[in-house]
Design a protein around this ligand. Structure first.
Ligand code: FDA
Ligand code: NAP
Length: 445
């Protein structure tokens, strides 16, 4: 079926990054069972084509998860959409194995994601941004479905589609320090390569990178490689980069089972996840990148030719712009100023928040005592009464309920399988209820 021909879709996915790509895979594979429980799905993606953090596809950046944590394997180890299947198709399986590395480059993983996405092109509308989700209601009451408003990013035309379920997977939102505005010389790491390529590197004689996370460390290394004539300043709030803990016991926080331990755990158990294991992901850097940067710094000690500068225990609290000059206000440690030709704020991200898309409809969903959305185990926004409008699922923005994997790839295959199961399960129940009583399973005799 051409997905656009359905009057009411079973599923509309908002965003087509790895999360909803993994959902598309799960829906296809679960729909192949003997039940023939196929769902109609359509995905909207505002980018013009598939792209996964393209602005951070730096030459030597590697994945932070094993290749086995791909879009499907943890749910279906025999999936034709696994990373191993991709390697086989690309003719690199033997050489990949000989390379003996669990962590492919981000470039290679991106190629894998593009390879899978190509198989689902018929279900995706690229260059389409979703602007609102609202219930379909009239005087007779709710129609059991939702309306999704979509704008074409080129001609700005607006259309509306109806669906019984929405899966919001719009990803992380860049975070800048308060009062710092972005422009052609003040960048967030999420826009890095596009902004960098727009300037003449020969005219970048001094650059700064703010932050001590993986993005900051990778960009610092990139600048040091790409701008051999430039002074490179790394403004870091700690005394030095801290290590991302990916040792085996700690890594268990990303296991599918950890989601249940988090979701059904006590408040203190949930707090312990954060207190003890935040350093598996946030404000931390992979071992090889830390050692590489320290080695470069030490080599400069030896040569006496210093152009890599680490400003430790320092934060940036403001930016003043004048022509080609950018002046940073530094606080903590030694207060002062730093003038550079361009600055990258690798200052992290805010979690996904669906409230903007939901608008007034958001009032329909329950919040906890701290004002956060209540979310069911199947990643569904919780409503006060039975859902009469259609359901809203989240992939992302569920750290407070489902734990650390919320914004990561680690649990994608399992999570999207759980969401697909939930949607298909509700569909079966609704189909059953729509049947005359005598035709319902279990009522005969
Ligand atoms: P993602 O952000 O990838 O995709 C969301 C999509 O929605 C985007 O394509 C966006 O254009 C689209 N969109 C947004 N709003 C829209 C709207 N209104 N209408 C239509 N489309 C819309 N994690 C990990 O486990 N291992 C790793 O190695 C890495 N590596 C990594 C590198 C970098 C540089 C970053 C910044 C982050 C990571 N991560 C990571 C974490 C990261 O969140 C994760 O890899 C995925 O991007 C999550 O996939 P999603 O599809 O949820 O979001
Ligand atoms: P992050 O881990 O949240 O780090 C942000 C950094 O910015 C922190 O060190 C933070 O310090 C600092 N910071 C914030 N405000 C600041 C200010 N005003 N002055 C100075 N420093 C400031 O963000 P990230 O590095 O972008 O990583 C985000 C996610 O992407 C993580 O999951 C990461 O693993 C992933 N990632 C993966 C790859 C890869 O796969 N190769 C590459 C890049 C990123 P405080 O902690 O003190 O606030």
């Amino acid at each position: 079926m051409d997905a656009t021909s359905a009057d009411v879709f079973d599923i509309v996915g908002i965003g087509f990054g790895p999360s909803n790509l993994s959902l598309a895979v799960a829906l296809e594979e679960l729909g192949q069972g003997s039940s023939g429980n196929r769902a109609s799905a359509l995905f909207f993606e505002r980018q013009d084509d598939f792209g996964w953090h393209r602005n951070m596809l730096l030459p030597s950046a590697t994945m932070q998860i094993s290749f086995l944590k791909d879009l499907a394997t943890f749910r279906n180890p025999t999936s034709k959409y696994s990373f191993v299947s991709y390697l086989h198709d690309a003719g690199r399986l033997a050489r990949f194995v000989n390379n003996q590395d669990f962590f492919p480059t981000r470039r290679e993983f991106h190629q894998y994601l593009e390879w899978v996405a190509a198989g689902f092109r018929h279900q995706v509308r690229y260059s389409h941004e979703v602007t609102a989700i609202r219930p379909v209601t009239d005087a007779a009451g709710p129609h059991g479905c939702l309306e999704v408003e979509v704008r074409h990013t080129g001609d700005r035309s607006v259309r509306v589609v109806r669906t019984r379920n929405v899966v919001v997977s719009t990803g992380l939102a860049p975070r800048m320090p308060e009062n710092v505005a972005r422009d052609e010389r003040v960048w967030h790491s999420s826009e890095f390569l596009t902004r960098y390529r727009a300037l003449d590197p020969a005219r970048l004689n001094s650059v700064a990178v703010v932050g001590a996370g993986q993005s900051a460390a990778e960009i610092t290394r990139f600048f040091h490689d790409e701008l051999p004539h430039a002074q490179v300043y790394s403004v870091i709030p700690s005394y030095g980069y801290a290590l991302a803990d990916d040792t085996p016991f700690a890594n268990q926080v990303f296991d599918p089972a950890a989601v249940d331990d988090y979701y059904f755990g006590t408040d203190s158990a949930r707090q312990a996840f954060w207190d003890y294991h935040k350093n598996t992901n946030y404000s931390v850097v992979d071992d090889d990148v830390i050692r590489d940067l320290f080695r470069r710094s030490y080599d400069e000690d030896v040569s006496g030719d210093r152009r890599l500068h680490f400003l430790n225990l320092t934060r940036v609290s403001g930016v003043e712009r004048a022509g080609e000059h950018t002046r940073l206000t530094l606080t903590q440690g030694d207060p002062g100023e730093l003038e550079v030709d361009a600055v990258v704020f690798a200052t992290g991200y805010r979690a996904m928040d669906p409230s903007g898309l939901l608008g007034d409809f958001d009032a329909h969903f329950l919040r906890d005592a701290q004002g956060r959305h209540q979310i069911a185990r199947d990643y569904r926004l919780v409503t006060a009464a039975a859902e009469t409008h259609g359901r809203v699922y989240l992939q992302g923005g569920t750290e407070h309920t489902h734990g650390l994997t919320s914004s990561l790839l680690s649990n994608l295959a399992t999570r999207s399988g759980e969401i697909a199961d939930s949607i298909l399960g509700f569909r079966l129940i609704e189909e059953e209820l729509a049947l005359p009583t005598e035709e319902r399973v279990g009522t005969a005799g």
